[in-house]
Design a protein around this ligand. Structure first.
Ligand code: IPE
Ligand code: IPE
Ligand code: MG
Ligand code: MG
Length: 295
């Protein structure tokens, strides 16, 4: 089974639940309509839904029911979408296009963009706190996802990404950036799915490592696509990493070595997938998808 087919299989279910969990456009205060709209726009526009799919699959991979992880998966996608809104802001990457559409600040203005991102983090943890499952499992998901966002995760990685613009590429720094800004949320998505699915500590750890390696492969590929693909194909800006002198894998290692490193990370991810009881081939396919994707 192809990675893209696994994604197709789950996308409708994820989108339907996300849609239910997000504020309705007309459901609350009329004055806050643009906030609700921005949250829905950011989350429901056509993304790949790779992180929530991995979360569901990892619940199944440890012998649980995939749908037992649906709330956790939706929380993961909300966190991802908050990170995209803020990543595109003028103060960060200043990108006008996301998922083939105007980025949230272009459509709703900067203030509502910043605040809709904030609101999505809050909503993600509210949804997570209501997830079905044993309280200690829910708590583990909560801890893993908060860690993945914080200074040793996404926000720390994004900060270093911005502060490293224009600096001479340094291999250790770029590894740090990628494992934090992207690897951490992938790892936590997988580990949280495994945790809520009732996995053993060993299985949860294996899937954390799997997600970490997949995330590295995914972000190296993002760097390569930014260099070599087009805005049309990506649905977001191309060539912007060079223009902003970003510290990327191709900048630090060269394009060919970066490509090899991405493939090696996929292979390590696939090795970790062999440690869990089920869904090994689906997990292997999604790891390969991280590098073979065109957008
Ligand atoms: C984009 O992630 C941000 C990166 C970590 C490179 P995705 O490529 O998963 O974004 P969507 O959700 O499909 O738009
Ligand atoms: C994305 O990094 C990482 C996060 C959003 C946390 P990039 O800035 O490289 O991703 P794109 O290319 O804008 O999607
Ligand atoms: Mg960025
Ligand atoms: Mg960006």
């Amino acid at each position: 089974v192809l990675g893209s087919e696994v994604l197709t299989l789950w996308r409708e279910i994820i989108d339907k639940r996300l849609e239910q969990l997000l504020p309705k456009e007309d459901g609350g205060m009329p004055q806050l309509k643009s906030l609700y709209q921005a949250m829905r726009y950011a989350c429901l526009n056509p993304g790949k839904r790779l992180r929530p799919t991995l979360c569901l699959l990892c619940a199944e991979a440890v012998g649980g029911e995939a749908l037992a992880a649906i709330e956790v998966a939706c929380a993961v996608e909300m966190i991802h979408c908050f990170s995209l809104i803020h990543d595109d802001l003028p103060a960060l990457d200043n990108d006008d296009l996301r998922r083939g559409l105007p980025s949230v600040h272009k459509k709703f203005g900067e203030a509502v963009a910043v605040l809709s991102g904030d609101a999505l983090i809050g909503l993600a943890f509210e949804v997570l706190s209501r997830a079905k499952g044993k309280p200690e499992r829910v708590l583990e998901c909560l801890r893993r996802l908060t860690e993945a966002i914080g200074v040793d995760g996404l926000v720390g990685g994004e900060t270093l990404d911005i502060l490293s613009e224009g600096e001479v590429p340094n291999r250790e720094v770029v590894q740090f950036i990628h494992s934090r800004k992207t690897g951490a949320l992938f790892a936590a998505s997988c580990a949280a799915g495994a945790a809520i699915g009732g996995g053993s500590a060993g299985d949860v750890q294996s899937l954390h490592q799997y997600g970490d390696e997949l995330g590295l492969a995914f972000q190296i590929t993002d760097d390569l696509l930014n260099q070599s693909s087009s805005e049309n194909q990506l649905g977001k800006s191309a060539g912007s990493d060079l223009a902003r002198e970003k510290m990327t894998y191709p900048a630090a290692f060269g394009e060919d070595v970066a490509r090899d490193m991405a493939m090696e990370a996929v292979q390590r991810a696939q090795q970790y997938a062999l440690h869990v009881p089920k869904m090994q081939s689906e997990l292997a396919s999604l790891a390969l998808f991280a590098v073979e994707r065109l957008s």
